[in-house]
Write a protein that binds this ligand. Structure first.
Ligand code: DO4
Ligand code: MG
Length: 285
């Protein structure tokens, strides 16, 4: 089952709906009494709650605006969870190469705050290159929707857009490299968790188009991740309560070559098999 948040008009309160194969979405609950994402994250059995609530009005996807899958949920991110990211970080950062090496194998993972929910960029909206960055890349990441008690309720597509030059200059600049306007995009479609994911079958593909041609394309899969999804959630919630739940990006396993940087006019597409697709144009800050 795939869910999405959506709105019917700019002023209308967002609804949550069940995506149907025929290009339609069925609201969960009745108008004015719709199920919120927070309520779903609090449910004992979210899938059962969705099945029982999928009785609202049905809309054509062309007639609604799909929204990012966060209402009150902060977005957090894990880093250096794939070998490819460890190698890239060590080469970009002369001063802190050893930090990235050590965090890849340490018990405690790298976790950082990425975005408040209202700043998340939706599918189709522009992601940004900071005006003071000369080297910015998208980071395609499986993103978990986590319940207040730490259960993984769903999966979405995320882009942890990152200024690699700022991050590489000094590890203390990480928040500026990671959190700025237009740096966090999430796809609308949420795959409701229903047992463990087939990691090897869950491929992640990143495509960057420039001037009508493919400038970069590569794929990986979740079996390449060093840590388990539950381990990452466990560390996030160890000493930090998430009363409304949270979204957690799980790190990138795809890094374009070092000479590649995003440019105004590029289009970034991230596809995660079975989960969804996220496509954003790039603007220069
Ligand atoms: O410290 C660097 C950030 C790593 C990251 O965002 C990733 O591996 O995805
Ligand atoms: Mg990342």
């Amino acid at each position: 089952m795939h869910l999405a948040r959506f709105s019917l008009a700019a002023a209308a309160a967002p609804l949550v709906g069940l995506l149907e194969e025929e290009g339609r979405i069925v609201a969960l609950g009745d108008a004015g009494d719709g199920l919120t994402l927070s309520a779903l994250l609090h449910a004992d059995d979210p899938a059962d709650r969705v099945r029982r609530c999928a009785r609202g009005e049905s809309f054509r996807l062309d007639d609604v605006r799909l929204l990012p899958p966060v209402e009150r949920q902060e977005v957090w991110a894990a880093g250096v969870t794939y070998k490819r990211s460890q190698v890239a970080r060590m080469s970009e950062s002369e001063a802190a190469a050893d930090h990235y090496d050590r965090v890849y194998t340490a018990d405690r993972p790298e976790l950082f705050f990425k975005s408040t929910p209202e700043r998340v960029v939706a599918d189709g909206e522009p992601i940004r290159v900071r005006s003071d960055s000369r080297w910015t890349v998208p980071e395609p990441e499986l993103t978990l929707l986590v319940a207040p008690d730490g259960r993984i309720v769903g999966y979405a597509v995320g882009d942890d857009v990152s200024a690699r030059d700022i991050e590489g200059e000094n590890p203390l600049y990480l928040p500026q490299a990671k959190t700025y306007d237009g740096s966090c995009a999430l796809g609308s479609s949420v795959l409701l968790a229903d047992g463990p994911l087939d990691l090897a079958a869950t491929t992640i593909t990143l495509t960057i188009e420039r001037d009508g041609a493919t400038a970069y394309e590569d794929s990986t899969d979740l079996s390449q991740m060093k840590r388990s999804l539950e381990e990452l959630v466990g560390w996030l919630t160890k000493e930090y309560s998430i009363p409304d739940g949270a979204a957690l990006m799980t790190g990138t396993g795809l890094v374009p070559p070092d000479q590649f940087t995003l440019e105004e006019g590029d289009a970034v597409t991230i596809a995660i098999a079975g989960v969804g697709t996220l496509r954003n144009p790039v603007v220069q800050g």
